[in-house]
Unconditional design. Structure first.
Length: 308
């Protein structure tokens, strides 16, 4: 009689693969806990306050808190000023993002073509601008363009021209400061990406007669697209929620609110007018807009076959 085989059947690999899939999440767990406590809970509280009538009377306990539902959202959406401020915010943020990416990428390419000493000087100058607090940088730029004592007006021969009086000149002045303090991040990140590109690829493109612009457009930009995605999304988030530069350089939003952006508008509603529910609703709207822009941007890139 033939005995049955004593060999056991092969063990399934599902358990091992399951452990491998869980391992990254275990490593990320501490960071996720910190982010959850610092981001998720405040966002939850912001959304909760936006659903109530929450003014100074409720804060001091003089009146009870009443549930408004989406009443605060209906109020801001029916306000013409909100839509005007939203349009100004979108246009201003788009101009800042495009300018920041243009300056940062151009200087990153320049860093690869200069010698060590000029590269070090440029890097230190850029990092100094990046490390400067927004309040300090805004104050310095206000002095540079001051109507009475600013050196820019003297060099350009503009006399006592006030840059902060007109709506577009004030936005332009703030844009310059925003780009000045934001381009170092783009420059350093893109420069690191360029250095990681194999030199043989760039040499082959140069031997084929490609110009600097053609090398950037046809070789570097496609290879650096994941990095460009990161810096673009970061720039959109930062520039869309600009507050300090606008508040300091236009004295709280300009003459009759002509230089308001959503962040400053939310601050005015929440703290100047003590309408904390309205201010919170504007903050939630800003959050949803940024999430929508980021998701749409990533989806478009995925449709183009990019691995993110």
């Amino acid at each position: 009689m033939v005995r049955g085989s004593s060999r056991s059947s092969p063990r399934p690999l599902g358990g091992r693969s399951s452990r491998h899939q869980k391992a990254p999440w275990l490593y990320l767990a501490p960071a996720l806990v910190v982010l959850g406590s610092l981001l998720v809970y405040p966002i939850y509280q912001l959304g909760l306050i936006s659903l109530f009538q929450y003014t100074q009377a409720q804060v001091s306990g003089g009146e009870p808190t009443t549930f408004e539902g989406f009443g605060n959202y209906a109020e801001i959406f029916s306000d013409n000023q909100f839509w005007q401020v939203l349009l100004a915010t979108v246009v201003f943020a788009a101009a800042c993002v495009v300018s920041t990416l243009g300056v940062g990428c151009a200087l990153a390419v320049l860093l690869t073509r200069v010698r060590a000493v000029p590269r070090l000087v440029l890097m230190l100058a850029a990092l100094g601008a990046w490390a400067t607090p927004a309040v300090t940088g805004s104050t310095v730029w206000l002095f540079l363009f001051d109507a009475d004592f600013g050196p820019v007006n003297r060099v350009l021969g503009l006399g006592d021209h006030s840059w902060t009086y007109g709506r577009f000149s004030a936005f332009f002045l703030v844009l310059l400061e925003v780009v000045w303090c934001s381009f170092p991040f783009v420059m350093v990140t893109v420069y690191a990406g360029i250095r990681a590109v194999p030199g043989e690829v760039l040499e082959a493109a140069a031997l084929d007669g490609a110009s600097h612009w053609r090398i950037w457009r046809s070789v570097l930009a496609p290879m650096l697209r994941p990095i460009l995605v990161v810096v673009t999304i970061q720039s959109v988030i930062w520039d869309f929620k600009v507050f300090t530069q606008i508040y300091v350089m236009t004295n709280g939003g300009g003459i009759a609110g002509q230089n308001l952006v959503l962040n400053v508008y939310a601050y005015q509603q929440a703290f100047a007018s003590s309408q904390y529910g309205l201010g919170s609703a504007i903050g939630i709207v800003m959050l949803l807009i940024l999430l929508a822009v980021t998701l749409v941007y990533l989806r478009l890139l995925r449709r183009q076959g990019e691995e993110l």
